[in-house]
Write a protein that binds this ligand. Structure first.
Ligand code: ZN
Length: 305
């Protein structure tokens, strides 16, 4: 029986948080956020460290976690998608001068709307944005389209642009030797998953998430742990996490479709929606109110009457 995770989105940045350093495979460490904001991961090799994702608000702790784990420097830093909570942490790694990798679409976004958001927060006097002061949004050094495989420190790091579901360019990281597959925000564990602001238009009531999860499962990779962008990693649970993700989206679609067929308006759907079990135990339930209008509109567009 899995312990359900209680996340509280509103507390994300205001209170000081302590990222939990968890060993999820030999030389693979997850820096897990305690209340469901973004996770980071790092992999230690003889040739140096590979870092996956970083948030300017917590990546100082990731850097400290790396320093207390190894004397090796960070050589590569890759991001799952261009969003403030995953693609801003590079600033804290600057001492090691890692090579920063992103897709061409991610790089475009980081140089445009993400830079704009970063700059606004940097100039803001809101204490919430204090970590942005005196820092810069670090841009990718290397970009790719589709996929990029790096042989490094005796390991294989396979970066794959899986498509656009949570963001305009969602990338996964597969490390076959470690049986680890990091999903970014294509998979949030025990938390309501949905699109980020930039992907509302292409949400299609969750279909891109389901299609990507199916595509990943169809590869039949010997993965022990699918690493979530938010929420706790279920070490050793394997593809059961992706199956649960698809059951989640199916349940959301079914439930909203039922309400549409019963003649409910968008406002009624938002007001009266009851999350079916077991997903009613997921954290950050408030987030769902942001997604319900999207489900309603997308399902109507699909022809649900
Ligand atoms: Zn995120």
């Amino acid at each position: 029986m899995m312990a359900m995770f209680a996340g509280f989105g509103a507390a994300d940045a205001a209170a000081p948080v302590r990222m939990e350093l968890r060993k999820i495979a030999d030389n693979v460490y997850l820096m897990q956020h305690p209340t469901g904001s973004s996770n980071s991961m790092f992999v230690v090799t003889d040739a140096g460290v590979f870092v996956w994702d970083g948030d300017i608000r917590t990546a100082d702790q990731v850097f400290a976690g790396i320093r207390r784990t190894t004397d090796k420097k960070i050589i590569y830093h890759a991001i799952s998608h261009p969003a403030g909570d995953h693609a801003t942490g590079g600033w804290h790694f600057r001492q090691d001068r890692p090579i920063i990798i992103g897709t061409r679409t991610q790089a475009k976004s980081l140089a445009a709307e993400e830079l704009e958001e970063f700059t606004t927060r940097k100039r803001s006097n809101d204490a919430l944005y204090a970590p942005y002061h005196n820092s810069e949004l670090v841009q990718p050094d290397i970009t790719f389209d589709g996929s990029l495989t790096i042989r490094f420190g005796g390991l294989t790091f396979v970066l794959t642009e899986e498509g656009a579901a949570h963001s305009t360019s969602d990338v996964s990281l597969y490390i076959p030797e470690k049986r680890i597959f990091a999903m970014g925000d294509l998979f949030k564990s025990e938390i309501h998953t949905g699109p980020g602001d930039t992907a509302y238009r292409t949400f299609r009531a969750g279909k891109p998430f389901m299609e990507i999860a199916e595509k990943v499962m169809a590869r039949r990779l010997p993965v022990e742990t699918y690493v979530p962008g938010h929420g706790p990693a279920h070490v050793g649970r394997g593809a059961a996490d992706l199956q649960e993700l698809n059951r989640y989206f199916a349940a959301m679609r079914d439930e909203v479709s039922k309400m549409i067929r019963a003649g409910k308006t968008e406002q009624q759907v938002v007001a009266e929606f009851k999350m079916p079990a077991p997903f009613d135990k997921y954290g950050q339930a408030a987030g769902i109110n942001r997604f319900l209008p999207l489900y309603y509109r997308d399902l109507k567009a699909e022809g649900v009457r």
